[in-house]
Design a protein around this ligand. Structure first.
Ligand code: SF4
Ligand code: SF4
Length: 423
């Protein structure tokens, strides 16, 4: 990635610290990803993106900015990309998934904050991630308490717009979210200088629906008895979907889905027969958080589905297309986004229904419900998740972890024991 040094300098990045990150990533990726056998050829695209992770997409974004486009950094699957795209803006996901950024976050946040928030704040304040430097505006949301307060700190360093997300799903909450989306659209129009028209928003809705459909096709292939792709590879595809161009993302996912469908027809599997099928539920896994998937898939299990924001919550449900007015389109966006079931909501029984449904659809042998340390909403909801799964006769293992490797061996022991028990 050395070709990008000038670009990183222009972004006022801390090159020395950033070099340290660039040095560890290829080894980590090689150990976790390139060591897998018989991977689909289509994964070559995502391997390439990782090899140029702080170079290729950031340079595309900078080129777009030179042509007058604006980049919006987001942290949550409730923020509607469609609105930004309709104003010819670009969305890039900014959730931090590496321990590398956590100490930077701990300089200003309590240690007892979830690692995703600490890493996101650290990546910005330590100037070690180009995406955090490039974004013209950050878009936060009122989901968990940690994020809400972190926005106040990030907002001292970068322009921020906060969307006020309701915490319940009554009709009046959905109306409120539609209104909030309308207000967000006005902000986006101001920042980009472009008006959002019915036609442009409809096209953007179609683009993001196409991306959802392509991601869903890959997930569909994971329902097969013979698994044509590992959970780790599917997770990588999903993580990169958050910051890639949506049309290219859809095209690459569709190419991969074509290959996976052929593999299914040919009876090709990346796991040996009898490998236990695991659904992972819980808090999101931002790139490069591959820890749990790697442990599961080197302990006799195969991850067949992620009930998380870096998983089904990102692509399930489409937004109604071809509506005649902006008001109707904002409402359709609100209705779709409020179908996401995050633990920040109460009650959140829809999430339990999702998990039980996904267990059937993906024919799982067991569930691992994972919680990022200090995420109290998912932690507390873990009780209800485990109770519902036990009542349904589905084995479940609840775990809590962070971005460090300190607990990796202990986790491996627990995961191995769980998978052995499934047998
Ligand atoms: S877990 Fe909740 S707050 Fe976090 S990205 Fe998902 S929806 Fe947003
Ligand atoms: S994992 Fe939990 S604490 Fe962390 S950002 Fe998401 S909702 Fe907030």
């Amino acid at each position: 990635m050395s070709n990008y040094v000038e670009m990183w300098k222009n972004l006022n990045m801390d090159l020395e610290t950033h070099d340290a990150l660039c040095q560890v990533l290829p080894t980590a990726f090689g150990d976790v990803y390139l060591s897998q056998e018989n991977r689909p050829e289509g994964m070559g695209f995502w391997d390439f993106v990782v090899s140029e992770i702080h170079g290729i997409r950031p340079s595309e974004l900078i080129e777009a900015q030179k042509n007058g486009q604006k980049v919006f950094g987001t942290f949550c699957v409730y923020v509607p990309d469609e609105v930004v795209i309709a104003a010819n803006g670009i969305v890039t996901g900014l959730c931090g998934g590496s321990q590398f950024w956590v100490p930077g976050g701990e300089k200003v946040l309590p240690k007892g904050t979830c690692p995703l928030i600490k890493a996101s704040v650290g990546a910005r304040l330590d100037r070690t991630c180009p995406f955090f430097r490039i974004a013209d505006m950050y878009v936060g949301e009122t989901t968990c308490d940690g994020k809400k307060k972190a926005w106040e700190i990030l907002g001292q360093d970068v322009p921020m717009h906060i969307m006020d997300l309701p915490q319940m799903k009554r009709d009046k909450d959905i109306l409120k979210w539609a209104d909030e989306i309308k207000e967000f659209a006005a902000v986006v129009e101001k920042v980009t200088g472009n008006e959002i028209t019915v036609e442009a928003l409809n096209e953007a809705i179609h683009t993001i629906n196409e991306k959802r459909r392509a991601l869903a096709r890959v997930y569909e292939a994971r329902k097969a008895a013979k698994l044509p792709i590992s959970g780790k590879d599917a997770l990588l595809m999903m993580q990169i979907a958050f910051f890639d161009d949506p049309k290219r993302c859809a095209q690459m996912c569709n190419n991969l889905a074509d290959e996976l469908e052929k593999r299914i027809a040919d009876g090709v599997s990346v796991f040996k027969e009898g490998t236990k099928r695991i659904l992972v539920s819980g808090t999101p896994m931002a790139i490069p958080n591959w820890k749990l998937h790697h442990i599961i898939e080197t302990s006799g299990g195969a991850v067949v589905c992620e009930e998380m924001c870096t998983g089904t919550r990102y692509f399930e449900h489409e937004v109604a297309e071809d509506l005649p007015t902006l008001e109707a389109q904002y409402m359709a966006l609100a209705q779709r986004y409020m179908k996401n079931n995050c633990a920040c909501f109460t009650p959140n029984s829809g999430r339990i229904d999702d998990i039980l449904r996904l267990c059937k659809e993906y024919n799982v042998d067991g569930v691992i419900d994972v919680n990022l340390k200090f995420c109290s909403t998912y932690d507390i909801e873990g009780y209800t998740v485990e109770k519902a799964l036990k009542e349904a006769g589905i084995p479940v293992l609840g775990i809590e972890t962070d971005y460090t490797d300190a607990d990796a061996e202990q986790l491996r022991t627990r995961v191995e024991a769980f998978i052995e028990m499934l047998g």
